[in-house]
Design a protein around this ligand. Structure first.
Ligand code: CTP
Ligand code: CA
Length: 222
């Protein structure tokens, strides 16, 4: 296979990747989630394995299968993901947060299935979740921290704003307004930023190829 001949740029490195969407419970049979498939995170995990890294994946709800050879930790909610990621953080060299984490969760989680009764309307009250990436940004010591952002407009502005606010070393912006990019596609259109600005703008390509280019850039980080 082609990758067997590639230099193992990440040999000896511990890479932590988050993938998929979180699920926020409303009651025992209902939850709030998003369209994330986990494909980008899994593509990164697979590419990192091929480059010789030791890879841990913390995955929420996904519609794709995790690559063989990673340490897979399955989680449900944003709170579970935060806990799992914090447990792995000290021991990680590169942390890539490609999961689509819920920004809000139901304020009340019902222990029994909600009954509709006579109600013609239901108002769900939501509260903010903890921002995992920002939490890691505050705590990082030696880790290279990589965030993701799915945007439909003003990619540069939002990407640089998120990178700075969350104290990331790199930020990968997904232009989800383009055909073939973002949720559930096998392809993506990404731009990679660091604290100085745009590093590389990649054309439409497979998530696997985009992942490999991203990891090459991270491996070269001085
Ligand atoms: N993220 C996170 N924890 C959250 C929300 C987001 O770790 N509670 C991470 C995502 O995994 C991603 C990055 O933050 O790496 C950006 O997520 P995004 O949804 O694009 O940004 P937000 O800061 O949530 O801003 P908004 O949704 O308003 O655009
Ligand atoms: Ca968000």
């Amino acid at each position: 296979q082609q990758w067997l001949n590639k230099p193992k740029l990440l040999r000896g490195k511990k890479v932590l990747v988050t993938a998929g969407g979180t699920m926020e419970r409303i009651d025992p049979v209902r939850y709030l989630t998003n369209d994330s498939s986990g494909k980008m995170g899994f593509a990164i995990a697979e590419a990192a394995l091929d480059l010789g890294a030791d890879v841990t994946v913390v995955a929420g709800r996904t519609s794709a299968a995790a690559p063989q050879g990673v340490k897979l930790i399955k989680v449900e909610s944003a709170a579970d993901m935060l806990q799992a990621v914090l447990e792995q953080f000290d021991d990680s060299d590169i942390v890539i947060k490609s999961a689509a984490v819920a920004d809000y969760r139901p304020k009340q989680v019902h222990q029994q299935k909600l009954k509709k009764g006579d109600a013609q309307q239901l108002v769900l009250e939501l509260e903010r979740t903890t921002d995992i990436l920002a939490t890691l940004g505050e705590r990082k010591t030696h880790q290279l921290l990589v965030g993701f952002a799915a945007e439909t407009e003003q990619l540069d502005v939002y990407a640089m704003d998120k990178l700075k606010r969350k104290n990331c070393d790199y930020l990968v912006a997904n232009d989800v307004s383009q055909d073939g990019a973002g949720f559930n596609y096998d392809t993506n259109v990404i731009s990679i930023y660091n604290t100085n600005g745009l590093v590389e703008q990649l054309p439409l390509m497979s998530k696997r190829d985009a992942a490999e280019r991203l990891l090459q850039i991270l491996a070269q980080h001085g």
